[in-house]
Design a protein around this ligand. Structure first.
Ligand code: ZN
Length: 81
């Protein structure tokens, strides 16, 4: 029983770390350091940290050709330009 509980906690821990990394990644940050912080300080610290990060995504629009997000002043993205 103890082992099962440990396994569940481990899965929850990894899931929480992954969640924190995903939040950071969605905001345009390097997920790596949030993942490291989550692993070292538990996801209980990592998830709020990721949520507090400023949104680094460029405010803008989609490239008309490939739908990648580009700056609003740009006409096409770096791949299509
Ligand atoms: Zn493009």
């Amino acid at each position: 029983m103890g082992e099962l509980l440990q396994l569940l906690l481990f899965i929850a821990y990894i899931g929480g770390c992954w969640k924190a990394a995903r939040i950071a990644n969605d905001k345009g940050h390097t997920a790596y350091y949030v993942l490291v912080v989550s692993i070292l300080l538990t996801p209980i610290a990592g998830i709020p940290m990721a949520m507090l990060l400023k949104d680094h995504r460029p405010e803008g629009k989609e490239c008309p050709f490939c739908k990648e997000m580009i700056y609003k002043e740009a006409i096409v993205c770096k791949h299509c330009g």
